[in-house]
Design a protein around this ligand. Structure first.
Ligand SMILES: Nc1ncnc2c1ncn2[C@@H]1O[C@H](CSCC[C@H]([NH3+])C(=O)O)[C@@H](O)[C@H]1O
Length: 336
């Protein structure tokens, strides 16, 4: 048999993906992006600043330059790139995401075979309890997860470009820390908002919304979206809340939104990642498996979501693509 060099190369590229991830995780854990940005341009300085062995740093930096995370060399001096800039410690950084993926999520992926074979969470095997329960007992990790969600929210500022919120009463169901609602209200100064979430999320959401748009334009309400949602909205938003719940529960939330709508011109806006069974790109398929590995959840196909919406008396009116392979579905109630 003749060796298929390209196939070998493709396999090697895929199976070394975990090593690349761990190398980047280690660099972030050692603070190398920050140290290079602060002017450490040589192995010896980076070793001193990070407390790691100089030869270890040298070997790690050689890989990271090859991966495009840094530029230069020990002799010429290392320089940061746009990639290392995205990992600097600070607001909106991908640093916490990198640490979370390199630690708890990496350990959860250790149990991918179990998760896929049994369609259940690998995290639970690694840590002995469901992901969200575990977060409840580990506040530092919960904060890291929250920062990871924030960093992965770069599509928020484009949401007002795909839907006109002017003058609307906006209800963000499972609105989390309030970032999306604040972005929308900032873009539509005559709109008002209500955020519904679990009680423990409310202080953070209230604080964020008050700081971003003032105390009068948004209220925060504690509750359970499976029991009901605030009445009288012109637009209901479900952003990244459906993945962890089964079809019957999701239909229930859709029904609550339709019944609570102010009228036939009200809309439901679903912002999420969807998988495609034909011609899938890598990220949605990867994140779908990641949901399985961490929480036992899944991403749905557009067709499947459309069928669930129909069961609740709703139809997809239009769709728009957002960054990071996120899709906006604009959904209208059936007219009587
Ligand atoms: N039953 C429930 N009722 C209301 N909110 C919920 C419920 N279950 C989960 N959530 C919230 O749903 C959110 C999912 S994370 C997504 C948060 C936000 N929409 C964003 O895209 O950034 C979390 O804030 C949860 O607390």
């Amino acid at each position: 048999m003749t060796a298929d060099v390209q196939a070998t190369r493709d396999v090697v590229d895929i199976i070394t993906g975990g090593w690349r991830a761990q190398a980047l995780y280690t660099a972030v854990r050692l603070g190398l992006p920050d140290h290079v940005a602060a002017g450490c341009a040589h192995d010896a300085e980076l070793a001193k600043a990070s407390g790691a062995s100089e030869q270890g740093v040298h070997r790690l930096m050689r890989l990271l330059v090859a991966l495009g995370v840094f530029e230069g060399s020990d002799s010429a001096g290392y320089r940061g790139t746009r990639v290392s800039a995205a990992l600097l410690d600070g607001p909106r950084s991908l640093r916490d995401m990198c640490l979370l993926y390199g630690e708890e999520f990496y350990s959860a992926w250790d149990h991918a075979h179990h998760a896929i074979s049994t369609e259940s969470s690998g995290f639970e095997v690694a840590y002995g309890r469901p992901f969200y329960d575990y977060l409840g007992d580990h506040p530092a990790l919960a904060r890291r997860f929250q920062l990871t969600m924030n960093a992965a929210s770069m599509f928020f500022h484009q949401v007002p470009e795909v839907f006109d919120f002017a003058g609307k009463k906006v209800v963000d169901v499972g609105g989390g820390g309030g970032n999306l609602l604040a972005t929308i209200l900032a873009a539509a100064p005559d709109a008002t908002g209500t955020l519904l979430d679990r009680d423990h999320m409310l202080p953070k959401a209230r604080e964020h919304l008050t700081a971003a748009v003032g105390p009068d334009r948004a209220e925060v309400v504690g509750g359970d979206m499976f029991e009901g949602v605030p009445e009288g909205g012109d637009v209901y938003i479900l952003c990244r809340v459906l993945a962890g719940h089964d079809d019957e529960d999701v239909v229930g939330v859709f029904e609550h939104c339709r019944r609570a709508m102010a009228g036939p011109s009200s809309r439901l806006l679903i912002l999420d990642r969807f998988v495609a069974d034909e011609d899938s790109t890598v990220l949605p398929a990867l994140w779908d498996l990641h949901l399985l590995v961490t929480t036992g959840g899944e991403h749905r196909t557009l067709d499947r979501i459309a069928r669930l919406l129909e069961r609740a008396g709703l139809s997809v009116e239009s769709t728009a693509e957002l960054p990071m392979e996120t899709t906006a579905l604009i959904v209208a109630p059936h007219t009587p």
